[in-house]
Design a binder for this molecule. Structure first.
Ligand code: ZN
Length: 83
């Protein structure tokens, strides 16, 4: 299934959506904008801006997208959530 993570450029909402050629353009479920940024899988988004703007969403996405980095994510959570 070609599921991708998107971030709306209008309201910065992040969501998962199907992106298939035969489907209509993906819309932001929050504001219905189609001006979206497709986020790269593998947590390749590395700008400080995106991390600061949506640290929590990014962490959740990181868990899903980087199943091979669950150990690293656990360390990340301990550092940032104090568990
Ligand atoms: Zn939006």
């Amino acid at each position: 299934m070609p599921i991708h993570d998107f971030r709306c450029k209008q309201c910065r909402h992040e969501f998962e959506g199907l992106s298939r050629p035969q489907d209509p353009p993906v819309q932001c479920p929050s504001c219905k904008s189609t001006d979206l940024e497709k986020l790269l899988s593998g947590f390749a988004v590395s700008s400080a801006d995106s991390r600061a703007a949506s640290a929590l969403d990014s962490r959740k996405r990181q868990v899903r997208a980087n199943k091979d980095k669950l150990v690293a994510d656990e360390e990340y959570r301990k550092e940032h959530e104090g568990h």
